[in-house]
Design a protein around this ligand. Structure first.
Ligand SMILES: Cc1cc2nc3c(=O)[nH]c(=O)nc-3n(C[C@H](O)[C@H](O)[C@H](O)COP(=O)(O)OP(=O)(O)OC[C@H]3O[C@@H](n4cnc5c(N)ncnc54)[C@H](O)[C@@H]3O)c2cc1C
Length: 444
């Protein structure tokens, strides 16, 4: 009987375990998860903190008991501290009892995700300085932010987690400041799009402190102030969201190939350089369809798909990931933002001869009520007009339009072909020339 050992029990790990179990009922599946929860949607955490979701259990897709009913052996609060590929062995730490023991595998799935980056700033150990990564973090952050005396909230880092938390904190009635080292937020989007998102945040009372570097936290027991290179800001609560790194420190010295940032190097079948060891999700790289090389794009989209492919291949299959486009979306108050494929910076980095358009149109014709604007930016290869990337922002329908671009980019469509593609039209939904057509037909 084949024994699969899975390290990490959320998206990639449990997708692999479930797929393998479906394909091979007899396989022994053992999961080690260092946290207290399995298989939950971390993407829902900001909406639990804000109170839009009143019960964290709704974010749990399947419980330990449900996985056990399928015949898996699940160990929560157990951390893998070492992997020895030559002996097909792992060292496990029982986080409750504190003891170490060894376990063996025939095949190993590494799905340990990320760890938030928290630099050793002076005062970082003060109370009320938190991250939002795990369900445990979400539960704790909710408890703290529900306290009435927590008024001034400083968010360090203006990436998508920081911005989602900023909105959650505004909903809870806090004074919110986002401190970002770069000159703009959400840098996976181009400036034309983030300018509009920044305006929206300011409109809802969020203070954006851009181009400043946090240096230390000040307080006696609890955090009271955040000091940057340019100022000092009052804070009852600080959320650190400056980015994540792959949680692969325990693999150092194992011989498993890691990229410079620590991500596990895998092929399109999720195999590492070591026999019978697979990896997927946020701990690993992912193949990019447009860039035609591995990248580091830690998203739930990739983690679920790549985890499932790993499960197929652990069961003896040879499935290849068709590749990510880095498609991602975020809600910023009344606006939705979506992106897919290459950004303009990516096109520059790849030295592509590209052209861009940024077009403002609308979600549907003005003679039907509640028309709202949509801005679409396209990045296309100049010679062929092949669409390389698309970004959109608007109140309604922006993200679903990005999904259309994702399919077009995936299939190497040129802008003029998508500009004539037969999309749906009726006044409540779209114009006869949809925002997609209008943007595509503006590409020269
Ligand atoms: C607030 C927030 C919002 C998000 N929003 C979105 C979104 O809108 N869209 C999107 O696509 N993605 C989003 N994501 C990202 C998404 O949640 C992740 O991409 C996804 O969870 C990655 O799955 P994973 O299985 O690779 O890793 P994880 O979910 O990080 O799971 C890895 C697990 O491994 C465990 N582990 C780590 N090391 C060990 C060890 N040594 N031994 C045992 N267990 C270990 C960890 O405890 C963890 O539970 C969001 C994430 C957060 C935090």
């Amino acid at each position: 009987m084949m024994k699969l050992l899975v390290i990490g029990g959320v998206a990639a790990g449990m997708s692999a375990a479930s797929k393998l179990k479906r394909l091979n009922k007899d396989a022994e599946v053992v999961v080690y998860e260092k946290g207290s929860f399995l298989s939950y949607g971390a993407c829902g955490l900001p909406y639990y903190v804000s109170g839009e979701n009143d019960d964290y259990r709704k974010m749990i897709a399947r419980t330990k008991e449900q996985f056990e009913e399928q015949g898996m052996k699940i160990h929560l609060r157990h951390e893998i501290v070492k992997v020895v590929p030559e002996k097909k062995q792992v060292m496990v730490k029982d986080l409750e009892k504190g003891n170490l023991f060894l376990d063996t595998y025939d095949k190993l799935m590494v799905a340990t995700g990320t760890a938030p980056i928290v630099p050793p700033f002076l005062g970082v150990g003060l109370e009320n300085i938190h991250v939002l990564k795990t369900l445990e973090d979400g539960i704790l952050l909710k408890q703290i932010s529900d306290q009435k005396d927590i008024q001034d909230v400083v968010i360090v880092g203006g990436g998508y987690i920081g911005i989602e938390v900023a909105e959650a904190m505004v909903r809870l009635g806090k004074n919110v400041r986002v401190i970002e080292l770069g000159d703009r937020i959400l840098q996976n989007f181009d400036k034309e799009i983030t300018d509009l998102a920044e305006e929206e945040l300011r409109k809802h009372g969020v203070t954006l402190t851009l181009g400043e570097k946090v240096e230390s936290f000040i307080g006696t027991k609890k955090v009271e102030k955040v000091k940057t290179n340019r100022g000092m800001y009052s804070a009852d609560l600080v959320i650190m969201s400056i980015g994540v790194k792959p949680a692969t420190k325990f693999l150092e010295g194992s011989g498993i190939a890691l990229a410079d940032n620590g991500a596990v190097v895998i092929d399109r079948e999720m195999r590492t350089n070591k026999a019978d060891i697979y990896a997927a999700g946020d701990c690993a790289q992912v193949y990019h369809k447009v860039m035609e090389e591995n990248r580091y794009i830690p998203l739930g989209t990739n983690a679920n798909k790549c985890g499932r492919i790993a499960g197929t291949n652990l069961a003896g299959g040879r499935e290849k990931y068709i590749g990510t486009l880095g498609s991602a979306a975020i809600k910023v108050f009344d606006l939705e933002l979506g992106r897919t494929g290459m950004s303009e910076k990516d096109a520059k980095d790849f030295a592509i001869d590209y052209t861009t358009v940024m077009v403002r149109s609308a979600d549907h014709p003005g003679y039907y009520p509640n028309q709202t604007p949509i801005w679409i930016k396209l990045i296309c290869e100049k010679r062929t007009k092949r669409i390389l990337g698309a970004q959109a922002i608007g109140e309604k329908g922006a993200v679903l339009r990005i999904d259309v671009f994702a399919v077009a980019i995936h299939n190497n469509m040129p802008a003029d072909e998508l500009g004539m593609t037969d999309l749906c039209y009726a006044p409540p939904f779209a114009g006869v020339w949809d925002a997609i057509h209008i943007a595509c037909n503006a590409v020269k």
